[in-house]
Design a protein around this ligand. Sequence first.
Ligand SMILES: Cc1cc2nc3c(=O)[nH]c(=O)nc-3n(C[C@H](O)[C@H](O)[C@H](O)COP(=O)(O)OP(=O)(O)OC[C@H]3O[C@@H](n4cnc5c(N)ncnc54)[C@H](O)[C@@H]3O)c2cc1C
Length: 461
Amino acid sequence: MTQVEVDVVVVGLGPGGERAAAALARAGLEVVGVEMHLVGGECPYYGCIPTKAMVRASNALAEARRAGDLAGEVDVRADWSVVAPRVAEAARNWDDARPTAALEDAGVRVVRGRGRLDGPGRVVVGDDIFLARRGVILDPGTAPADLSIPGLRETKPLTNRDIVRLSDAPASLIVIGGGPIGCELAEVFARFGTAVTVLEVGPRLLSREEPEASAVIAEVFAREGIDARAAVRIDHVDRVADGVTVTLADGVVHAREILVAAGRSPNLDGLGLESVGATVTHGTVAVDDRMRAADGVWVLGDVVGHGAFTHVSVYQADIAVADLLTPDAGPNAEYHAVGRVTFTDPEVGSVGLTEQQAREQGLDVRVATVSVPASTRGWLHGPGGDGVVKLVAADLPGATDPAASVLVGATVVGPMGGEVLSMLTLAVHTRIPLTTLAGMHYAFPTFHRDVLFAVQQLLDR
Ligand SMILES: Cc1cc2nc3c(=O)[nH]c(=O)nc-3n(C[C@H](O)[C@H](O)[C@H](O)COP(=O)(O)OP(=O)(O)OC[C@H]3O[C@@H](n4cnc5c(N)ncnc54)[C@H](O)[C@@H]3O)c2cc1C
């Protein structure tokens, strides 16, 4: 056993851990970063980045197929052998040499292995013990969940870690889970000729989003030939000679491959959180608004339950770094305006509360919806222009003038919905009064102009 004293140990170099380690080293601290797999975490190798390379490819196909209604026939031949190398390149060929070197250049000592807390300020990695003078930051992230569906494990289902390495699009695919990842991948493969069935146990696709958003995606999927079923009851799964069968309460579905795109399991086993007195409830680590889980221990990312997104993880890294460097002087984490995008086509961008969440908080809620195809830009766009803008407004506590209401949530489904979201994120984040939003200029004819019509609806009530 060797024992080394440093300022900070960061365990788990996902997006937040990587950022925190680099920032602290640049601030002059002696930092060790511990990673048991790939520096960068899930996002660059198996998550956001490679899947969005796939989405880009499938959107290109969809646009080419729409050309017939707009510009003249195009001969489209989908070919996954064009996609696979681009996905590999996006995922850095699953090689973390570059981000590791970048961390080392910033002054971080990168240590390979599984880190375990062993009491305050003490991290064990194999035969090495690191003693952290200033603190420990944990960004352990999640792994694909092992769902307890009878027979599923034995079929060796694909997960997000396999799907990004496929060299061919399968002939047919069952996707378990109709959340953001399931919907994105279902649409990608359907556009490459795969017969896709989505099985969602919840009441609808994208069940955390507004029902109006789910309805648009369900309609688009039906048009694209995706067999998307919600509120299913899965009885068991079997591997058969030519693929996999899923037995439902009301029938059997068969496909060549099965993908599990539901649920993530937090990497907390053996992390030693109990040794510092941190609280873990149902796989979520309790932290305060400076990301502190215990004295001298900061925890970031998916495992703290404020949104499993890369941008949340790096945001939290900045909060933790500020707190570690200047105790009690840094900003508090805020989550009232977390933006999120499901990269289906049309994209689903949303921020803040849904209507139901706002009502559950007891807010006096007003909502407005605008159909994207009915707007000028939506009509001009034509095929592929499905969508809806939904705004959720409420009065600020103590406000008496309804015109001074602010947006507490917003959803944009449509082409570039994730980009239109930016102005709504600003509005929710900074609590811009509706009257200010109504008095702005909105360029014509744009998709974001639909926001103006929705704001006017809110003020007309
Ligand atoms: C298919 C898919 C698509 C996604 N798309 C998006 C998207 O478009 N946009 C978005 O914002 N988010 C997306 N996400 C979510 C995003 O990937 C995560 O929110 C993001 O990676 C942040 O995770 P994290 O910081 O919690 O850590 P992770 O990225 O999970 O990384 C944690 C790291 O810690 C390491 N580790 C764990 N325990 C230990 C230990 N004891 N010792 C040493 N190392 C350890 C792991 O090996 C891993 O490298 C997607 C996720 C998936 C699966």
